[in-house]
Write a protein that binds this ligand. Sequence first.
Ligand code: BT5
Length: 259
Amino acid sequence: MNQNQIKKSLSKLTLGEIKYFDSIGSTNDEALAWAAADAPDLSIIIADEQTAGRGRLDRKWFTPQGTALAFSLILRPSKEEKPHLARTVGLAALAVAEPLQKLGLPAQIKWPNDVLIAGRKVCGILIESVWSGEDVDCVVIGIGVNVLSGSVPPAESLLFPATSLEEELSDPPERLEILHDILDALINIRQKITSDEFISEWENLLAFRGQLVQVETNSAPTTVGSLTGLESDGSLQLRNEHGESITVRFGDVRLRPLA
Ligand code: BT5
């Protein structure tokens, strides 16, 4: 992977600027700094290796050299998009899940920020924002996809099982092909981010729908309920054993099936 190959493979997409690194701490850190400066909408930072890849709450994201797709995309939301910024994680998750489904994989979204194949995590998403006073100026979407099996961390270090495209498909596509398809999907889905249709598409790809799940956060007691769907802002809806509807808002939420 190098800058020229990336530019060539993405040449048909309407993007901002592209910066490639053989090795970087975290593409999100670089993207946040660039977003706070002058990065145009849909600019991308991509790296072959991350030495300090991050998940939520500074958890580590494993990105060994030559094995994974790790990139950050900068969005400068329009006036129409700004009231719907909470939907950005859904935009990213749909943009990863849809191309994987086209490859014949049963990709689903583990709300809020993971993409699973047959119940195992193949992709993690980290959304961060650059503020200007009270207003969000830019959103950085960090996406890590496990492509080759060497990108999957040792099982004993994981809270949730993981997989890679290589483990799911005998002959996985090249990383740049996957990057192209994710960005192409994201550009298309972004056009309907303000619509109700966007929420139904997101809902249709949710993992564990209709199943009993457990939701843990650091700030509230564990909630158990049947996963029923999404609110219009992308919050999760559960139904508890008394038939009451419960809304789970974004944050450091850990969701897992109970069965
Ligand atoms: C995430 O956090 O899943 C968000 C990961 C976002 C990574 C991208 S890569 C490009 C951009 N630059 C960055 O620095 N980050 C973004 P969270 O839900 O908190 O999950 C983190 C947990 O996933 C870790 O604590 C591990 O248990 C597990 N994990 C780490 N690396 C993994 C991998 N390659 N595949 C599957 N699980 C992994």
